[in-house]
Design a protein around this ligand. Structure first.
Ligand SMILES: [Zn+2]
Length: 302
């Protein structure tokens, strides 16, 4: 036997399974990338355009990111205009028509969940409101993460029918694992049910509803709008009156206003990982939620 083909076949056997992945999946955030890896297994190669320690509203639309989209088999975004400031130009630059909104190779996670904070009146984004179509920060509710994972599995199955059974099985396994973890998380947070909290931005709306916490104010008077001193003074009053123990701020935000309100009201600042990947240890969805719950429990304890 000629040594060269034998060597080639030996090397081929050493190539990791991901190198033979069927689908190139690009996601806008690390949280969506984690879900895609969970349900896609070794049939997908997943790349995220932003990272968990970045503010997802404002990502630098670097042309390198458009290159990643050029041969993407599927683009997964959050939707509800979260990425409107940076994703559309990248998709246009990529010249990959199939990943344009509404096309076959685009999956918008918001389509899989019930959306909160949908405005009932007119919204003017030019006034700084970042959530004109409803609140896009739904992945910190584990029930909604499972819904997204299941819908994503169905999308992957439609694009890659040969892997359909595997996607379904992995989505079911994810639902089982998160369902079990949810019991653990809710038990940890049970002593704090009904407690009042203040948050910097409505990133925690779904999380608070899931955990039974009462949001009594946001440091931003509108999503994305910096607070005037009068609003901060009001938040100090609210925090005192409602016995707020924690002011929640994602790690990608400046904490100065939160620290000021905390100092004047006797509350403490709770630094929350913004997404999967916000810290080295929050490497998958379950590990990320472990850290969120741990941070909440630590800040809400007397
Ligand atoms: Zn937002």
């Amino acid at each position: 036997m000629h040594p060269l083909p034998r060597l080639a076949s030996l090397l081929l056997a050493l190539v990791p399974a991901a190198a033979g992945a069927s689908l190139k999946v690009v996601t806008t955030t690390d949280g969506l990338a984690a879900l895609a890896r969970d349900v896609g297994g070794d049939r997908v190669a997943v790349t995220a355009l932003s990272h968990g320690n970045q503010d997802p509203h404002f990502v630098d639309p670097n042309p390198n990111l458009a290159v990643k989209l050029r041969d993407a088999d599927l683009l997964v975004d959050v939707g509800l205009d979260l990425e409107i400031g940076w994703l559309p130009p990248l998709v246009n630059q990529s010249r990959n028509a199939a990943i344009q909104p509404g096309n076959e190779r685009r999956f918008t996670a918001a389509s899989a969940v019930r959306v909160l904070d949908v405005p009932t009146g007119p919204v003017d984004r030019s006034l700084g409101d970042l959530h004109p179509a409803g609140n896009p920060h739904f992945l910190n509710d584990p029930r909604r993460a499972v819904e997204v994972a299941q819908a994503l599995a169905a999308k992957l199955a439609s694009l890659d029918p040969a892997g359909a059974a595997g996607y379904r099985a992995r989505a079911a396994d994810f639902a089982r694992r998160i369902g079990a973890a949810e019991q653990r998380w809710l038990a940890t947070l049970a002593p704090f049910r009904g407690q009042a909290i203040i948050a910097k931005h409505p990133t925690v709306t779904y999380l608070a509803r899931w955990a039974g916490l009462r949001i009594v104010g946001y440091l931003e008077p509108k999503p994305g709008v910096e607070p005037p001193p009068s609003h901060l003074a009001e938040m100090v009053e609210v925090a005192r009156a409602q016995k707020v123990r924690a002011i929640l701020v994602e790690t990608y935000y400046d904490t100065r206003t939160a620290a000021l309100v905390a100092r004047l009201s006797g509350a403490r600042v709770c630094s929350l990982p913004g997404d999967v990947g916000a810290s080295r240890t929050a490497s998958g969805y379950e590990a990320y939620m472990d850290e969120v719950v741990k941070a909440l429990a630590g800040a809400l304890a007397p």
